[in-house]
Design a protein around this ligand. Structure first.
Ligand SMILES: [Zn+2]
Length: 468
């Protein structure tokens, strides 16, 4: 009895070991946790140097980079992935996305969709946009606002948590929950609808706050519910129906409360701002980044430089709107044209003056996954390609406060690594053709995009024939 039981036990163990070995060898990319991966490519951008390294090799073990260098000897037991005539880079970051939203189609159709679909359906769609984003090479995003009129759901928090738990595939997210703003301002979800339609005026629980104390309450409420960063609108905006694009919308006292409360709770403040007066007051109040900044004058940019405030230009947003101008009501067309005309000079000035620039696109205004088109827009307006690459790697990591973990290829950092064909310093559009994506040592993509993703990335969502 004893002998046969022991035999059975041994036999079972043997089968188990064989099956596990078989599983790992079949899955290929699902390498045993401790097997090193050696990534090789003709060039390597480390996120901070002025030039590319030739014959780059990065050794990854578990979720970290354990070594890197030019022509580095490869450990004999490492799995080698030779990417050939490509450039390795830290995973890109986008400091301004809205992964739970899609504003890329017709403006009024989108407003109607938002009203007749429940929030759960929006959330399910957001999971595909998260995948599109990471597959395009963006391994981290700062997601600056998620809101559905009449709803208090924290869809961005749910999306971030589901990605962190490995339930769905997506980028690392730092989320802002509801953008904070004034009644009737750019973030008022009921602005443009008739008064009383939703039964009540939105309050702090949807980011609406008037007066310093109300602002503090909104900040505390959002951080209590999972915000990693605070977003506020200090000026008007393009895609809002009840305001002018550049009017100041928070008072200096409200901005001081916003910054003080957020910094006390050890978070950063990003402010939506097109107007110059609002920008100057926000920079003086100590915000961490100005989003958009279309109308900022040289004196305001000088103040920004002295304070070390980041500019997140979101060139893609205006570019997309101006390219599809008929999709927007006339009032918004006029605002987009004014902001688009002003931002060119502002951005050129910012580059010349050496302002800290972060990479941020406002993804949602255009279809998710096209974030990398921002690189070319920055280069076309005077930024050196290597500096454009830095905005989406080391600069964003510093702005997001995560530079000790990601943003550069260095020993000990998390293995967030992408590869693109050719040399991005010779042709910056190589960033739009990322072919390899690794996040925390796990390969998300190696080769062409799946056809499904290609369908999801068109500007109008494809509906099934059975939808009606
Ligand atoms: Zn935005």
């Amino acid at each position: 009895m004893k002998v046969s039981a022991r035999f059975r036990h041994r036999h079972l163990c043997g089968t188990l070991i064989v099956s596990i070995t078989f599983l790992f060898s079949c899955a290929g990319f699902v390498a045993a946790a401790d097997q090193a991966i050696a990534l090789k490519a003709a060039r390597l951008f480390d996120g901070k140097s002025k030039t590319l390294m030739q014959n780059g090799v990065v050794i990854v073990q578990g979720d970290k980079i354990v070594d890197l260098g030019s022509n580095l000897p490869i450990p004999s037991d490492a799995k080698v992935i030779d990417l050939g005539d490509a450039t390795l880079s830290p995973g890109f970051m986008d400091a301004h996305t809205h992964l739970t939203l899609d504003f890329s189609g017709n403006y009024n159709d989108r407003r109607l969709r938002e009203l007749d679909q429940n929030v759960s359906e929006h959330a399910i769609k957001a999971t595909t946009w998260a995948r599109d984003t990471v597959e395009a090479g963006f391994t981290t995003v700062r997601d600056l606002g998620s809101r559905f009129v009449g709803s208090r759901e924290f869809v961005d928090v749910a999306l971030r948590n589901s990605i962190n738990k490995g339930i769905i595939v997506g980028p690392r997210m730092l989320v802002a929950t509801f953008g904070i703003g004034a009644t009737g301002g750019h973030f008022d979800p009921t602005a443009g609808f008739r008064a009383g339609l939703f039964g009540r005026e939105p309050d702090f629980s949807e980011g609406m706050a008037d007066g310093p104390d109300a602002i503090r309450k909104a900040v505390r409420f959002e951080i209590k519910n999972g915000a990693d960063v605070i977003k506020a609108a200090v000026s008007g905006g393009v895609l809002s129906l009840a305001d002018e694009v550049d009017t100041p919308q928070l008072t200096p006292a409200e901005m001081a409360a916003l910054v003080d409360e957020t910094h006390r709770l050890r978070k950063k403040v990003a402010v939506h701002c097109h107007g110059d007066q609002a920008g100057r007051e926000a920079i003086e109040a100590g915000v961490d980044s100005i989003e958009h900044g279309s109308f900022l004058k040289p004196e305001t940019l000088t103040l920004m430089k002295n304070k070390g405030t980041y500019l997140t230009p979101t060139l893609m947003a205006t570019e997309w709107i101006l390219g599809k101008i008929d999709n927007y009501p006339p009032a918004l067309q006029a605002k987009a044209k004014a902001a688009g005309a002003a931002r060119t000079e502002m951005f050129r000035n910012a580059v010349k003056m050496g302002i800290k620039i972060s990479f941020g696109t406002d993804a949602a205004v255009f279809p998710h996954g096209q974030n990398a088109k921002e690189f070319k827009l920055m280069v076309d307006l005077g930024m050196a390609p290597i500096d454009a690459l830095k905005t989406a790697t080391s600069n964003d990591a510093e702005l997001l406060g995560i530079a000790q973990k990601v943003g550069t290829l260095e020993k000990g950092k998390l293995a967030d690594i992408v590869a693109m064909p050719g040399d991005p310093t010779a042709d910056i559009t190589a960033t739009e053709r990322v072919s390899f994506v690794m996040k925390e040592g796990k390969i998300i993509r190696n080769g062409p995009l799946s056809p499904k993703t290609a369908v999801r990335s068109t500007d109008e969502p494809t509906e099934s024939a059975f939808a009606d």
